[in-house]
Design a protein around this ligand. Structure first.
Ligand SMILES: O=P(O)(O)O[C@@H]1C[C@H](O)[C@@H](CO)O1
Length: 287
């Protein structure tokens, strides 16, 4: 890894070393990778015929530091589909460079993965959303990207993708439709939403004025992750499907006494995690 203070990136060889190490140590060859959001790592526990690698054992892999993010990579089968699951993701606010936050995505690509499923916990900005709703991510707003915090900044490596990737189709429309159908079939359409996720760097939750501004921008859910991984995944041509679990409503009123906390976020994930697990699992069988 090179770090100049202004930029920080990994070499192709480093990604390759990690991928080759995993190919040597895991027998599975998954086509689907899943990144589990805060409190949503239980999904990885459902895999069968598992091979589990603590992040600390994987060459060049970053470490998780946030409660609700366990820090292990799980290979296995879920509903008949081979998957590799990140039980714990990396966030920019943990002090990781944006290259570190997204490191696993290029490793997945080199493993032969062609589909990335991302999940996260997010605050609901759309007034029609309820706590516990599952929002299919239709699009995103990359606010840190507006400020130049972007995993694609720096020299482009054509072995991963082109200099100027398209982002107008970041979230795969066929997968979105499939997720909607699956939700209907399993009877959870009542709490399924679709919308625009906006990433902020965090780690503080938003002020009232910020939430009002985000709404004006067209954001419907706000969080502190996901977008850098999706940007890098699209750069190397992976199909992406994203789920935001609406864990809290954001505060847009100065008279409100509500205070969002990570405890509240984790509590909501506990309430809804089984539904999200079932949705992902049912969907996998259709891929
Ligand atoms: O990893 P995700 O995006 O699910 O985590 C969210 C954003 C912050 O890390 C944390 C705030 O409660 O949950």
């Amino acid at each position: 890894m090179t770090s100049t203070g202004e930029s920080c990136s990994y070499t192709y060889e480093e990604y390759k070393e990690t991928a080759d190490w995993l190919l040597t140590h895991a027998k599975q060859r998954p086509k689907v990778a899943i990144i589990c959001g805060s409190g949503l790592g239980g999904l990885a526990d459902l895999l069968v015929e598992k091979t589990v690698f603590p992040y600390a054992e994987i060459p060049h892999f970053p470490q998780s530091t946030v409660e609700g993010h366990d820090g292990q990579l799980v290979f296995g089968e879920l509903n008949g589909k081979l998957c590799v699951c990140m039980q714990g993701r990396f966030h920019f606010y943990e002090g990781h460079s944006i290259a570190k936050v997204t490191y696993p995505v290029r490793v997945f690509y080199l493993l032969g993965v062609d589909t990335l499923i991302v999940t996260n916990a997010a605050g609901g900005l759309n007034p029609k959303f309820n706590v516990g709703d599952i929002m299919l991510i239709r699009d995103h707003i990359n606010l840190p990207g507006f400020a130049g915090i972007n995993p694609l900044c720096g020299q482009n490596d054509d072995r991963f993708g082109s200099r100027f990737p398209c982002m107008s189709d970041a979230y795969d429309r066929d997968l979105l439709r499939l997720a909607q159908e699956t939700a209907q079939e399993q009877g959870c359409a009542a709490f399924l939403q679709q919308g625009v996720y906006c990433m902020l760097a965090g780690p503080m939750y938003e002020t009232v004025a910020e939430c009002r501004a985000l709404r004006i921008l067209g954001a419907e859910a706000v969080g502190m992750s996901t977008v850098p991984e999706v940007v890098l995944a699209r750069h190397c041509g992976l199909r992406v499907l994203g789920f935001s679990l609406i864990t809290n409503k954001v505060v847009t009123d100065y008279e409100s006494t509500e205070r969002v906390s990570h405890n509240e976020v984790l509590e909501t994930t506990r309430m809804r995690t089984k539904d999200l697990q079932k949705l992902v699992s049912n969907l996998l069988s259709k891929l």
